[in-house]
Design a protein around this ligand. Structure first.
Ligand code: GAR
Length: 290
């Protein structure tokens, strides 16, 4: 279900970029010195010429033993800088402070997850997750979500999908992304989107699940990592970790304790997927240990 360990030659990767970008790639260069060494490929009207220029730029970066890097213009205003590689790659989406992203990025850096984070995208310009990613020199971009409060509008959805497709990502990781993903997004990454939810699903889907658990009076709650489908927090469950509810808990204290569990569970589940240990039969996610 999940592709793993691609080792595509640069030429092949360039083909994909050229196809996905539909002429929006404006510069290809080496990643260390993008502005000086770049070959400019500025929206040529001649598609053939554009592809040839792009091909040459990628080859020269490869010859110089550099990672080809592409700068893409989204929506005519924001630019995204992306470097191509051949590791299992994650695209992380978040709207909040980014503590799950940090746990995942640390696990990648320590080799506990055999993957790298290719890009972080947010629907909130002031989200801490963007700062946390920039601090780690991971491409981080805000994409305006459009006019709706709980989902992306059509243009925004297209911009998110375009930016993520460009990078040939293996897995889309929702880490506190507070919008429901719909049609085009789900089709583009079918079976390759995971989410973390702060309750033991199917109990307490939706917003502020820790508060729902407290109000309901359960003695045990926790967190769930699941594949994303068209419903709200309803996809097949990959992993769960329980957390006790204590008599003197406030919503904040309980959420904090659940987050501790999230930071352990999410990296473990992503690592299992990246290692190809996960298979799905109906609603059941089976982990085979190799
Ligand atoms: C996490 O607790 C996550 O479970 C929750 O948002 C928080 C994000 O925190 N997600 C949802 O409620 C999704 N339904 P973070 O930005 O510190 O990772």
């Amino acid at each position: 279900m999940i592709r793993r360990g691609r080792a595509l030659p640069w030429e092949k990767q360039y083909e994909t970029v050229a196809k996905a970008s539909e002429g929006r790639v404006i510069r290809a260069s080496d990643s260390s010195n993008a502005s000086k060494m770049g070959t400019r490929v500025t929206r040529p009207s001649d598609k053939k010429l554009f592809r040839e220029k792009l091909r040459r730029a990628v080859l020269s970066a490869t010859k110089a033993k550099c990672i080809p890097t592409f700068q893409l213009v989204l929506n005519g205003h924001s630019a995204i800088q992306v470097a191509m590689g051949n590791k299992f790659r994650l695209g992380v989406l978040g709207s909040g402070k980014g503590s799950n992203f940090v746990a995942i990025a640390i696990a990648c850096a320590m080799g506990k997850i055999p993957a790298e984070v290719g890009i972080v995208l947010s629907d909130d310009e002031s989200a801490g997750i963007l700062t946390r990613a920039s601090e780690r020199k991971i491409a981080a971009h805000f994409i305006p979500p459009g006019k709706f409060r709980t989902k992306l509008d059509e243009d925004a959805e297209r911009a998110f999908v375009g930016a993520l497709q460009m990078l040939q990502l293996d897995l889309i990781v929702l880490a506190g992304f507070m919008r429901v993903l719909k049609g085009e997004f789900l089709r583009a990454f079918e079976g390759r989107i995971v989410n973390i939810h702060p309750s033991l699903l199917p109990s307490f889907p939706g917003l502020e699940a820790w508060k729902q658990a407290l109000d309901h009076g359960v003695k045990l709650t926790g967190c769930t990592v699941h594949f994303v489908d068209a419903g709200v927090d309803s996809g097949a469950i990959i992993g769960q970790q329980s957390v006790p509810v204590l008599d003197n808990d406030t919503p904040e204290i309980l959420h904090h304790r659940i987050q501790g569990a999230e930071h352990e569970l999410y990296p473990k589940c992503i690592a299992a997927i990246a290692r190809g240990e996960i298979s799905v039969a109906g609603r059941r996610v089976i982990r085979k240990i190799s």
